[in-house]
Design a binder for this molecule. Structure first.
Ligand code: GLV
Ligand code: GLV
Length: 327
């Protein structure tokens, strides 16, 4: 008998077909959003769960589904999964690192360029019919080339962003839990390790690419924004909750910094409506990894992990290496 899995959200049909060769698949191609109770019910009797960042995978879900052996998230971030509870419950948990590094770094640049050079703001103005004449100072903003880029969270995505800055003759500083090796720093456009305060007060553009955890909650709050230059921009590619959104809205309204570019929000897909009244913020709906080839690679990576986990192999991207897997 094939193991049973539940695929929590709609996914590429070819990935579902691949999963169906290995598993008895129940899927959610209609892409409904389940309540916690509905999800628990859907996982009933399943050996594996193919999840996304929109499903909270909790201790209660593990307790209600003692047969569950693996939860494979289609994302590099896994703050939706209680990994400690998974380990306790003997459930293998996996993510999809690496396959999205370059695509996510590309989007970090898209947001940085759009924010600094006021791309969406000026487009909205043009579409609204306001363009009657050229003016020397319309939509002027900071430069990107030749400026200092500050990266908080210098993992593989942060390093890929830094590499792209070479063509813009930028000076790169970074802050991270640990300092990179001299070789990796050299490849990351000679990035220089600095303390968080120095980074915030020196950088012209600050980009956040660190994982969310209790420790990184509100890494950027009012006091941190206060350290930034008035012409600086802030880009959040990481997770909602890394930035105190209410504090950022106040700072943008009071022009404490020039602008922000945000792909992630506290409580998304709901978000603080205060952002909508501001012209100096670029808002995108959590799409940094959303190139077609990369989303397919992420789905296949999650499938690879599920196939390995449910055939008694160690999944390539096991998060809880200390788990005692159920067989
Ligand atoms: C997307 O945010 C991811 O974590 O992959
Ligand atoms: C701007 O379009 C210029 O020609 O300087």
């Amino acid at each position: 008998m094939k193991p049973k899995i539940f695929v929590a959200r709609a996914v590429f049909p070819e990935v579902l077909e691949r999963l169906a060769q290995h598993f008895d698949v129940e899927s959610n191609q209609e892409d409904r959003i389940f309540t916690a109770d509905e999800l628990m019910e859907k996982v009933r009797g399943k050996d594996g769960l193919f999840s996304t960042p929109s499903e909270p995978v909790t201790a209660a879900l593990f307790a209600a589904n003692p047969q569950l052996k693996a939860v494979c998230n289609m994302a590099v971030g896994y703050n939706n999964i209680d990994v400690a509870a998974a380990t306790q419950a003997g459930v293998q948990a996996t993510n999809t690192p690496d396959v999205l590094n370059e695509t996510t770094a590309d989007f970090g640049w898209a947001l940085l360029m759009a924010t600094a050079r006021r791309v969406t703001e000026s487009e909205h103005w043009l579409r609204a019919g306001h363009w009657k004449k050229w003016s020397y100072d319309s939509f002027t903003g900071p430069d990107v080339h030749g400026s200092t880029l500050g990266i908080i969270g210098m993992g593989r995505i942060g390093q890929a962003i830094a590499r792209r800055s070479m063509g813009f003759d930028m000076n790169v500083i970074y802050h991270n839990r640990s300092q990179l090796s001299p070789e990796l720093e050299a490849r990351a456009n000679k990035a220089r390790y600095v303390g968080k305060e120095e980074l915030l007060s020196t950088a012209d553009h600050v980009i956040l690419v660190l994982p969310y955890s209790k420790e990184s909650h509100h890494t950027i709050k009012a006091a941190d924004i206060a350290l930034m230059k008035p012409q600086a921009t802030l880009i959040n590619l990481a997770r909602g909750g890394i930035v105190d959104d209410a504090a950022l809205i106040t700072a943008l309204r009071d022009k404490k910094i020039a602008a922000a570019g945000l792909d992630v929000f506290e409580n998304e897909p709901a978000f603080n409506p205060g952002f909508l009244g501001l012209s100096n913020v670029v808002l995108t709906p959590h799409i940094a990894s959303a190139s077609t080839p990369t989303r397919l690679a992420m789905a296949n990576c999650a499938a690879d992990n599920l196939i390995a986990a449910l055939s008694g192999k160690t999944p390539p991207n096991l998060l809880n290496r200390d788990v005692q897997p159920k067989r």
